[in-house]
Design a protein around this ligand. Structure first.
Ligand code: SME
Length: 162
């Protein structure tokens, strides 16, 4: 799909999944596809102040393509919301980041967070991290919707591996 045929703005998760599939089809470069996924989500979901990826690099998460303010670069497994999602190999929904022990504050404006791991063949490749300035911005519907978006992305990551 050509990006100039797409309109960006608030969308349902079903619409976003379709747009994402179209956006990534025909391209297997992982950086390009991760970057376009971050941009689509950031502009497609309301009330986000950060959307992007941390990728597994030698047993540590390292900042990947994202939209938002500059962020901390390295996160250890088990640390913060992102490292917790890797340790559990499961999504982590945080309604109030101030109440999450060990939360890593990259942007002081962030009040709630959703992290979805990228799991392929049982291995965690990285995480999708979404931040919002609004408390309790994310719910179970967002979690399921973002897991569906990650599933689309994983189909278009080519031979990307950790
Ligand atoms: N808050 C995250 C760190 C990454 S920033 O939100 C972009 C965490 O606690 O893992």
């Amino acid at each position: 799909m050509h990006t100039d045929t797409m309109t960006f703005g608030p969308a349902t998760y079903e619409e976003l999944a379709e747009q994402l599939d179209g956006l990534l089809t025909g391209e297997t470069d992982p950086i390009a596809n991760l970057a376009n996924t971050a941009a689509l989500i950031y502009h497609g979901l309301p009330d986000l102040n950060w959307a992007g990826f941390y990728l597994m690099r030698r047993e540590v998460l390292v900042l990947g393509p994202f939209q938002g303010k500059p962020a901390c670069v390295r996160i250890e497994i088990g640390k913060g919301v992102c490292g917790t999602a890797v340790a559990r190999a499961a999504s982590v929904l945080v309604p109030d980041v101030h109440a999450f022990p060990g939360h890593i504050a990259c942007d002081a404006a962030s009040r709630s967070e959703l992290v979805v791991p990228l799991v392929r063949d049982g291995a965690v490749l990285g995480v999708l991290d979404l931040d919002s300035p609004i408390p309790s911005r994310f719910d179970a519907r967002d979690e399921a919707g973002c897991e569906a978006l990650v599933a689309v992305l994983l189909r278009h990551l080519g031979d990307f591996a950790v």
